[in-house]
Design a binder for this molecule. Structure first.
Ligand SMILES: Nc1ncnc2c1ncn2[C@@H]1O[C@H](COP(=O)(O)OP(=O)(O)OP(=O)(O)O)[C@@H](O)[C@H]1O
Ligand SMILES: [Mg+2]
Length: 328
């Protein structure tokens, strides 16, 4: 997934996005000055350990951050239009339409009380103006597109009548019903077994080839990134620490954190007895971040400078950015 598509246009451009939460012990910034870009027909992987801010980034792009959370700055440009400047009413027309999200918990994001067709028909009515028989036909087509057998009779089934993998396919169908330009898929396969995982990811790739949808694929799994993404952004404690094409990142990771993540991937030589080199220490609490570089307490390369100066993303090779004083 590293080939260069010609004439690819940026569909989504995120600039300096910052989102925080008011908590008992004060304001915490969960997404800090994040900038990303996704081109038409491309997939950007967003990776990092649990709690680094991947989902909050996804929710922010959808403007689904509720109090005590708040997007405090930045721009989210969808085909040039800043979503953060829209009224809530305008945003409702974009959400589920030109920008859609498959949420992290497939069990909780399908309402058990509604038939599978209900959210599909709702999305089709709002975003395509389809109602009645044409809408039903389109809903059936969407279920067929995500390979639900017997789609016609399945429309009136309830979520509990489907397996986990099928529920995830239904969520993808619902997200696609509004013909999104950008699809955010938050750990779309984490809850599924490996074969089903591979099927769902293959389905997303096929649908993307058909529709040209730009995908933000949120995952903690670098193996999934290698197989499914064109570009990748590595997040650590709310910040992007490295951003590159998948090829460049895997060939020459520049941030010590990325190198640690890559070293922890099981390889062909790995046996059940192999000890993978885990990154020492744990992710710092957002309430108590170290000065300077947030990774320095876990970094074997850390020097005095790292405590004093916050490293910013800089281009270490063409199109390859890293936020480390010692990158290359
Ligand atoms: N409603 C909230 N109130 C306070 N803090 C929150 C809230 N939602 C998220 N956070 C904090 O924001 C940070 C980022 O959370 P987020 O859910 O984005 O992590 P993640 O990278 O998606 O993790 P995971 O891989 O486990 O899904 C965490 O420290 C989390 O505690
Ligand atoms: Mg998450």
């Amino acid at each position: 997934m590293t080939e260069q598509l010609e004439n690819a246009k940026p569909v989504l451009e995120v600039r300096n996005l910052t989102t925080g939460f008011q908590t008992d012990v004060g304001w915490v910034t969960a997404v800090d000055d994040v900038s990303l870009m996704i081109e038409q027909g491309r997939t950007l992987g967003l990776v990092g350990e649990s709690g680094c801010g991947k989902s909050v980034t996804g929710y922010s792009l959808m403007r689904l951050i509720a109090p005590p959370g708040r997007i405090s700055g930045g721009e989210v440009l969808l085909e040039g239009e800043d979503l953060l400047k829209l009224t809530e009413r305008q945003m409702r027309q974009r959400r589920g339409g030109r920008i859609a999200m498959v949420f992290q918990e497939p069990m909780t994001s399908l309402d058990p009380l509604y038939m599978v067709k209900d959210p599909l028909l709702e999305t089709l009515a709002i975003h395509s103006g389809l109602r009645g028989a044409p809408a039903h036909k389109e809903a059936q087509k969407l279920l067929e597109q995500v390979a639900i057998p017997g789609a016609a009779t399945r429309l009136t089934n309830y979520p509990h009548q489907f397996s986990g993998g099928m529920r995830q396919r239904i969520l993808i169908a619902t997200a696609l019903a509004g013909r999104p330009r950008v699809l955010i898929a938050d750990e779309p396969t984490t809850a599924l077994d490996v074969t089903v995982q591979a099927q769902i990811l293959a389905l997303l790739r096929a649908l993307q080839a058909e529709t040209g949808t730009a995908i933000l694929l949120i995952t903690h799994n670098l193996g999934i990134v290698a197989e499914n993404c064109h570009h990748v952004a590595v997040m650590y404690a709310g910040r992007i620490v490295e951003r590159a094409s998948v090829k460049s990142l895997f060939q020459k990771p520049s941030h010590p954190y990325t190198r640690g993540l890559l070293a922890a991937i099981p390889g062909p030589q790995t046996t059940p007895r192999t000890l993978l080199p885990a990154i020492p220490g744990t992710v710092p609490s957002l309430h108590n971040l170290p000065s300077g570089c947030r990774f320095r307490n876990r970094c074997s390369m850390a020097a005095d400078q790292c405590a004093k100066e916050t490293p910013v993303l800089r281009e270490v090779r063409p199109g390859h950015f890293a936020a480390c004083h010692f990158a290359d």
